[in-house]
Unconditional design. Structure first.
Length: 616
């Protein structure tokens, strides 16, 4: 949530992490720790970070104005011959503007800190620049200034946060274990303590450099040697060390801040149905999706899809009846698929779908599932805006899935999916195979003769040179995906213009119902499926810009009293199913297994890959 004070808007909800100790106290180690755990972080930026924050604070602006796309902030210092900025001393402003944040006073022995600063930089020029920046005449005065600054900061910071009661910790890099840090960051940030290392140690002084103890006024007391680094003794590989570095998740391939609050998209009038034309068509296969059917249709109508071809099989919750009423309004074409044959109801439905009138009459064809929402992130967020952002001759758009987890919600609620679930997987997630699958929007030029779950197939030889594929960022991937493939990879992934929000779980109780209707082999691995799909480390609220116009479309659908009645009936059946399932021994065991798991992104990938390798 953002609110306005004196014309300024700032975020009061998003938790951030501020490292508010001085440099040479493990700042680089913290930065690497956050990044390895998928927390988008910014470090030093050659002093630009500190200068930007200082300018904002001086002018009465939010401290992170222009720097708010990151979550964690480390080494906020600028040292020039003309001035020195220690932006960690702006902790009061950080606490006022970002009250839900986590504040870390990283510290160590003061004597060793001073020694490290004196050794910092080529031939120790850091101290000289610092001296000039403060306008002092000797290094003795500089060391005295550092000592006084250290004492003042370490007295005032704990006292301040004791009074405010905000998230605050003192972390001694020479004494404390990483588990202390991980525990402190819970629950907003789930981290793997094994990923904390010691980076950025000051280089050993050159042979011709004077020893630091020769600096006038600097006579450190003898202190005990720092504790040995336990990780130096042939550690067992865990976390990211157990993965190929290429597969370590991170959240850095999207070109904008997915957590920033933006104005809602404007309503676009719905095109009136025309006989012989289905426009932008969505195809789906469903079973008992009654509680979620209307929101799914309303959402996609709001972003510019005109018609829906929906196959259903073995429904008992009112899905069929709702679709029959919507068909009367010209919104959907409903096909009963109870007599399906073959590998699955979905493959049976798609077997001859390309010759159906609704497909023949379409301009664009998209096949997605009822738990997938097309999230267009350009212009006014409509399909027309997406096409406008792409070359005119594009024929296929590979929309890569982004998995959204349960967000820690247990109970089922009849509320919009995109409003309830905004926690998701990091954008860079090449493994496991369940990530980075894509679904395809296809211009209807008869280039392909068949349609599968993820993409069209059987490319016509006569039109092979007419197809032009792009990814979700508008990049040409025709060579890589024009003929085959259903997953994105590091070369073809893109989320900037469009992504496919995938909500395979929703809440824990909703998942129990989904689990009940899974195929027997999948049903046996319910807890494994949860591990594969419960990604919550990152946040993406971009789809929520559609909420006002989505609500308007939903209300229009519910204006039909029969549709509204059937929707309410399906919601009540969902609640009844949950009540019946939740008390069964199998469900109780599944809930126990799910709740016993505490995984960060790296350990989640490692566990999934280990299971996959065991079944190969």
């Amino acid at each position: 949530m953002r609110f306005e004070v004196d014309g300024l808007r700032f975020d009061t909800i998003k938790p951030r992490i501020f490292q508010i100790g001085f440099n040479k106290c493990g700042t680089r180690s913290f930065y690497d720790f956050f990044e390895r755990n998928g927390i988008k972080s910014v470090h030093f930026k050659r002093g630009d970070l500190a200068r930007g924050i200082s300018e904002n604070v001086s002018s009465g602006q939010p401290p992170l104005k222009g720097w708010d796309k990151w979550t964690a902030y480390t080494d906020m210092q600028s040292v020039k011959k003309t001035d020195v900025i220690e932006a960690c001393t702006f902790y009061r402003s950080f606490a006022a503007y970002y009250p839900r944040s986590y504040f870390i006073l990283n510290t160590r022995s003061k004597d060793r800190w001073i020694k490290s600063r004196l050794n910092h930089g080529t031939t120790q020029n850091y101290g000289e620049r610092y001296r000039q920046g403060l306008g002092l005449t000797s290094m003795e005065e500089t060391v005295e200034a550092w000592s006084a600054m250290w004492d003042k900061h370490h007295t005032e910071v704990p006292a301040f946060f004791k009074e405010t009661g905000q998230h605050f910790i003192v972390y001694d890099i020479e004494q404390d274990e990483p588990e202390k840090l991980s525990k402190f960051l819970t629950p907003d940030f789930i981290t793997d303590p094994s990923l904390f290392g010691h980076e950025g140690k000051t280089n050993t002084p050159p042979q011709d450099a004077k020893p630091v103890t020769s600096v006038p006024g600097y006579n450190p007391k003898k202190t005990a040697a720092p504790p040995s680094n336990k990780s130096e003794t042939s550690p067992k590989k865990t976390g990211s060390d157990a993965l190929d570095g290429r597969f370590v998740p991170r959240n850095d391939i999207v070109g904008f801040d997915e957590t920033a609050t933006q104005p809602p998209y404007q309503h676009v009038p719905q095109k009136k149905p025309e006989e012989g034309w289905t426009g932008n068509l969505i195809i789906a296969s469903m079973k008992d999706e009654g509680p979620f059917l209307l929101e799914w249709i309303a959402y996609h109508r709001a972003i510019g899809f005109d018609h829906f071809l929906i196959f259903t099989n073995d429904c008992s919750d009112g899905t069929d009846e709702m679709l029959q009423h919507l068909e009367k309004h010209g919104i959907v074409t409903h096909v009963n698929n109870d007599d399906w044959a073959g590998k699955s109801p979905q493959s049976s439905a798609l077997q001859d779908v390309m010759v159906r009138p609704a497909v023949f009459e379409a301009d664009w064809i998209v096949h997605i599932d009822a738990d997938e929402f097309i999230n267009i992130r350009t212009g006014n967020g409509t399909f027309a805006c997406l096409l406008k952002a792409l070359p005119e001759n594009v024929t296929n758009i590979a929309m890569t899935q982004r998995i959204f987890g349960s967000a820690g919600l247990e109970e089922y609620s009849d509320l919009p999916t995109i409003a309830q679930f905004d926690k998701c997987a990091p954008s860079y997630l090449p493994k496991p195979y369940t990530a980075w699958g894509f679904k395809t929007a296809t211009r209807n030029i008869d280039a392909y003769q068949s349609l599968s779950t993820h993409r069209p197939g059987n490319l016509s030889k006569e039109l092979i040179n007419e197809v032009f594929w792009v990814n979700g960022s508008g990049q040409d991937i025709t060579k890589e995906r024009g003929k085959s493939g259903w997953r994105s990879d590091k070369k073809t992934v893109g989320y900037d213009l469009v992504q496919l929000n995938h909500y395979p779980l929703r809440s824990l109780h909703a998942f129990l119902v989904k689990h009940e209707r899974m195929a027997p082999k999948k049903k046996e691995k319910g807890a494994e499926y949860w591990v594969r799909m419960d990604w919550n480390s990152c946040q993406d609220i971009t789809a929520q810009r559609n909420l006002p116009r989505f609500t308007r479309e939903l209300e229009q659908l519910m204006n039909d009293p029969d549709v509204a009645r059937l929707h309410e009936m399906s919601v009540q059946k969902q609640k009844q199913r949950i009540a019946a399932i939740i008390e069964t021994p199998k469900a109780m065991d599944l809930i126990r297994q799910v709740k016993s798991k505490t995984l960060n992104d790296v350990s989640r990938v490692a566990e999934i890959l280990e299971r996959d390798s065991a079944t190969e």
